[in-house]
Design a protein. Structure first.
Length: 388
């Protein structure tokens, strides 16, 4: 395992650690609900932007010896999204200064993404991952410092301060290491964010926005437990995304051979094993003591996990389908249909979320729909190619 992969895994671990700290120390729980709702839109837009240009921008960044060329569409998209962030947060009912803070966090996070890409190009793949690591470290440090002084800052405030400090430190490092010879140039050339890519990538972050926007339909306990399990599966999927991104060809070969051999039975046995673990944890309450420390119920965590396990597996499978088709799979009309259906299923589940299981089933159903529809389109495209 390379140093780059280790740092990526460490970043996932740090993110999960932050989740646990916030759950343990932020009281009352209604305050945590407020913070989760507050960060939903900035986090959604940050995730959408970075997912949309992160991998391709990293690999396709065009540069001369002393220039980092940033396409105008990237800058325009970031500016538009920051304005949208402020507007959507204001519609949620936050004060204008909180809305501006959310927009500032978004811009800072995007700047870290561009800076990391530049470090990757000119200095080191390993160093390029460290701004995120430092941001997590600063977030934990700032949170604990203010906690020790009996001051409770919002999650948005803490992460914004940490992001800005990390950006300043690594921007200084970058320019010093390159002797201030590198210029950032905004031009019409270079990698362009494509509208259809944004639509495809929005699938992987939309559910977080929906939950944050419709947070009032969830009770305090359900929201806290959902957030915790989301973090676990997001971390696991992050590892899966790394494996797919760096080993796409070998995974393609394995997946094709699996459907032509007995290898698929091991995948099915793995799924059975996971559900067996769920049963054992339910039966003997193995996690009860540990989870009660951070005011969580093992029964509710396991109930959510039973539905989230296949849902996130399908989430990762859809990502694999997209990457196997150069980042996109559907036409514009098809992806709009997928998004509208996906959003409708999740919203319907949330507005009936007085029964948590109803929402969990809806969440799972939305990913089943996307996966089946994606496979249908692939089959249709293959039949067209064979006909030709």
């Amino acid at each position: 395992m390379t140093k780059t992969t280790l740092v990526s895994l460490a970043n996932i671990f740090f993110g999960f650690t932050l989740q646990v700290l916030f759950l343990y120390f932020i009281t009352p729980s209604s305050l945590l609900d407020t913070y989760i709702a507050q960060i939903s839109i900035p986090f959604f837009l940050t995730g959408l932007t970075l997912v949309s240009f992160r991998e391709d921008f990293f690999s396709n960044m065009q540069n001369d010896r002393d220039e980092v060329i940033i396409n105008q569409t990237i800058v325009s998209f970031i500016i538009f999204s920051s304005i949208l962030c402020t507007g959507l947060m204001y519609l949620q009912g936050w004060q204008l200064r909180t809305c501006i803070l959310g927009s500032f966090y978004y811009i800072t996070s995007c700047s870290i993404g561009i800076l990391s890409a530049s470090i990757k190009r000119y200095l080191s793949n390993f160093i390029a991952l460290l701004p995120i690591s430092l941001m997590y470290a600063f977030t934990i440090t700032i949170f604990l410092i203010f906690l020790s002084k009996a001051i409770t800052l919002s999650i948005l405030m803490v992460t914004t301060i940490a992001s800005f400090v990390s950006l300043c430190i690594f921007a200084t490092y970058f320019f010093l290491k390159t002797s201030f010879n590198i210029k950032f140039v905004i031009t019409k050339y270079g990698y362009k964010i494509k509208f259809i890519n944004i639509l495809h990538n929005s699938l992987f972050v939309l559910y977080a926005l929906i939950e944050g926007w419709l947070v009032s339909f969830l009770n305090t306990s359900d929201l806290t437990h959902l957030s915790f399990v989301h973090r676990i599966y997001t971390a696991l999927n992050g590892i899966g995304v790394l494996l797919i991104f760096y080993n796409l060809d070998s995974i393609k070969t394995f997946s094709i051979s699996s459907f032509k051999s007995k290898k698929l039975i091991f995948v099915l046995l793995g799924c059975v094993f996971v559900y067996l673990l769920h049963f054992l944890f339910f039966q003997y309450q193995i996690l009860d003591t540990t989870l009660s420390i951070i005011n969580l119920s093992d029964d509710k965590i396991l109930l959510i996990s039973i539905y989230f396990f296949p849902a996130y597996a399908l989430n990762l499978f859809v990502f694999y389908l997209f990457r196997s088709n150069l980042g996109t799979l559907f036409t514009v009309n098809q992806i709009i249909f997928v998004l509208l259906t996906f959003v409708s299923i999740n919203i319907y589940g949330l507005v009936n979320a007085d029964n948590l299981v109803f929402y969990l089933r809806s969440f799972l159903a939305s990913w089943i729909f996307v996966a089946i529809y994606g496979l249908t389109i692939i089959r249709k495209n293959n039949m067209i190619l064979k006909a030709k």
